[in-house]
Write a protein that binds this ligand. Structure first.
Ligand code: GAL
Length: 649
């Protein structure tokens, strides 16, 4: 497969006289893709029904004429101002009941029928006009669902839709009352029309109510997306995608992923390090100009899973891209340093090492006005090349000689479950308890041991090929996954908090984890203050979360002071009853990797390894060169080589 590069372009921001030169320069440095259109509604339809598509026709023509392939975005993330006069109640509402006002973007409520119809209307106009256009080679629906915390809305439209959703899911109000446990505090409802949204309650709402609302809100995103996908498909054979975000868990990406051919995500490594990770100041300082060594890789692996369509096999690989790649300083994090020289190249190579088809830099030219004027582009506002321009040109050259990288199947599978993230948020049981954090720390520890990892959806029903499968914090295991672990004879690690609740947030009896063949019972759960970590025999600590484990399974990890079990194993299944710190997790996973017949290969500093089919990549996030196995990888550098057949096992 040929890997390609691209950029994000806004013809409506620039004089038409510039387009030709821009297009020629894009093609000249070896870019293939140009994404356009996703925020252009006010220029496509300045007044209701007053359609001005002529400029977009010309822009697509100019870009296509030099051989660029266009990704055309639907502009529904930015409804124009007149839309509010048509649909005054279309605004999303925050948890305090305040409307999310006009003047930036993403102000719509997913549940508003009128806005969904407007979104269908503009999508249809675009699909009819450009569906057969040879230059439009892919589509993007909307832009970054969930960005700026926009999945959940407490509007009237959401309340009405939630009541209908509940009636559909529970059939009778008695069934809903029983499922949620509404007898507690006299919360029983007499009819679906009495159900409110779980905001503005005196103290916390019923967790079952809150979780149902999270499920509903996620379903509303999938429903909104499906309308656009269906319309585009009627008029175009080009693949459809959406650009997801980093550390965004408010909706089930697998559900939208199944609707489209390609999953893409927007990778801003320096911004994410500053504003989306719990790490301490030392870590953030060390990686301030490179980004966290594992966060991009985690999302690449996650979106590879989102891009895998049902029935997809290794023969029909998952399709995924980076749709927006940070080019230089951004404008939105607590501070916005410049990347080290080489990082705009490294980030692209890392994406290819994880199987990306394409990497597009955001954006072509830094725009001198409005909210993102301080955000770098590939060009400066005066059109002189910025650093990413040169680095992208270098990657384009290198791609010519790239070995044929196929992602392959990794030996380690790690479950990521959006519904589990909601369950932890609804009922954290203590500060700092967060599902994404738990899974990401596990991922990072595996990568520090040199392992390549596949992310698995929670309904994975076939684990063949995986030597080690982990499902930390997966609060409710699906039936297909339970059957898959029962049928699997390789190592499986569950816990903490795995299979701890029913789908309606009840504590199940028999008590968790209730895995056949594993005699372990979680008898009690406690969350820990940051300053009361419990030492583990052999080194390291349990932090944040500790379960009391009972049963006859073999104890494989215990507390140092009173030898209480922390992890227990029967056959190939291990249950871990605590949130381990880095030292304890590293030891525990070293043992697990060995048990699985794999070789723990500790990686120095910020050097990471990704084994992709026949190729091994070494990616150095450190500001200094790293040595490994006789190979020197420069600072912010990447090295690749063929894997030996012995190494490929
Ligand atoms: C993304 C978004 C882009 C742009 C970019 C800036 O989240 O999709 O439109 O705002 O961030 O970094």
């Amino acid at each position: 497969m040929k890997r390609t590069l691209g950029t994000c372009y806004y013809p409506e921001h620039w004089p038409e006289s510039e387009w030709q030169r821009d297009a020629a320069r894009m093609a000249g440095i070896g870019l293939t893709w140009v994404r356009i259109g996703e925020f252009a509604w006010s220029r496509l339809e300045p007044r209701p029904g007053d359609l001005r598509f002529d400029w977009l026709d010309r822009a697509i023509g100019v870009l296509g004429a030099v051989g660029l392939k266009v990704v055309l975005g639907t502009p529904t993330a930015t409804p124009p101002r007149w839309m509010l006069d048509r649909h005054p109640d279309m605004l999303a509402m925050d948890a305090e009941g305040r409307p999310r006002g006009f003047g930036s973007r993403r102000h719509y409520c997913f549940s508003h029928d009128g806005y969904r119809a407007e979104s269908a209307r503009i999508t249809r106009l675009l699909a009819e006009r450009y569906g057969a256009n040879n230059h439009v080679a892919a589509w993007q629906t909307d832009n970054e669902y969930g960005c700026h915390d926009t999945v959940i809305s407490y509007s009237d439209a959401a309340r009405t839709a939630f009541r209908a959703w509940c009636a559909d899911r529970y059939d009778s109000i008695e069934a809903l009352n029983a499922a949620w446990g509404n007898v507690f505090w006299s919360m029983d409802y007499g009819s679906f029309d009495e159900i409110g949204l779980p905001n503005l309650t005196v103290t916390e709402p019923n967790p079952a109510h809150a979780l149902a609302f999270r499920r509903f809100s996620s379903d509303q995103v999938a429903r909104f997306n499906a309308v656009q996908v269906e319309i585009i498909r009627e008029h175009s054979d080009a693949p459809i995608s959406h650009n997801y975000m980093g550390r965004e868990v408010a909706f089930d990406h697998y559900a939208t992923g199944r609707q489209m051919e390609i999953a893409t995500w927007d990778s801003y490594p320096l911004g994410f390090l500053e504003d989306r990770l719990e790490d301490d100041a030392t870590h953030k300082r060390r990686y301030a100009r490179q980004g966290d060594p594992d966060l991009q890789a985690f999302h690449h692996d996650l979106y590879r899973a989102v891009g895998r369509r049902p029935g997809g096999t290794q023969d029909a690989p998952a399709r995924w891209w980076v749709m927006e790649q940070q080019p230089g300083p951004v404008n939105w994090a607590p501070c916005n340093p410049a990347p080290l020289p080489g990082m705009a190249r490294l980030w692209a190579w890392e994406a290819f090492a994880h199987g990306a088809e394409a990497v597009c830099y955001f954006r072509w030219r830094q725009v001198p006005f409005a909210q993102e004027q301080m955000h770098a582009g590939m060009l400066r506002p005066d059109s002189a090349p910025a650093r990413a321009y040169h680095e992208a040109a270098q990657v384009a050259q290198e791609l010519v000689s790239l070995p044929d990288v196929e992602a392959g199947q990794a030996p380690v599978g790690l479950v990521f479950d959006y519904a589990a993230a909601w369950a932890w948020q609804v009922q954290p049981q203590g500060q700092g308890q967060d599902y994404f954090r738990l899974v990401f720390e596990t991922y990072r520890a595996l990568r520090k041991l040199g392992q390549s990892v596949d992310i698995l959806p929670p309904d994975t029903g076939d684990l063949s090929g995986y030597r080690l499968v982990l499902a930390p914090g997966a609060v409710t295991l699906s039936d297909p996954f339970k059957a898959a672990i029962a049928a699997h004879d390789r190592q499986v690690i569950l816990g903490p908090r795995t299979n701890a609740k029913t789908a309606e947030m009840h504590i199940p009896v028999p008590l968790p984890p209730a895995i056949p063949g594993l005699d372990v019972t979680v008898a009690r759960v406690q969350s820990l203050r940051a300053d009361m970590a419990v030492p583990v025999a052999g080194g390291g600590h349990v932090t944040l979360w500790l379960e009391d484990l009972e049963g006859t399974a073999e104890v494989v990890l215990a507390t140092a002071e009173d030898s209480q079990p922390v992890a227990m194993r029967s056959g190939s299944i291990t249950y871990l009853g605590g949130w381990l710190d880095e030292a304890a997790l590293g030891r525990f996973l070293t043992d697990a990797v060995q048990q699985a017949g794999l070789t723990p290969t500790p990686m120095p500093g910020g050097l990471r390894r990704r084994q992709a089919g026949a190729t091994e990549f070494l990616i150095n996030y450190d500001p200094d060169p790293q040595q490994w196995n006789g190979i020197t990888v420069p600072a912010a550098g990447v090295v690749w080589r063929a894997r030996s057949s012995h190494d490929r096992g």
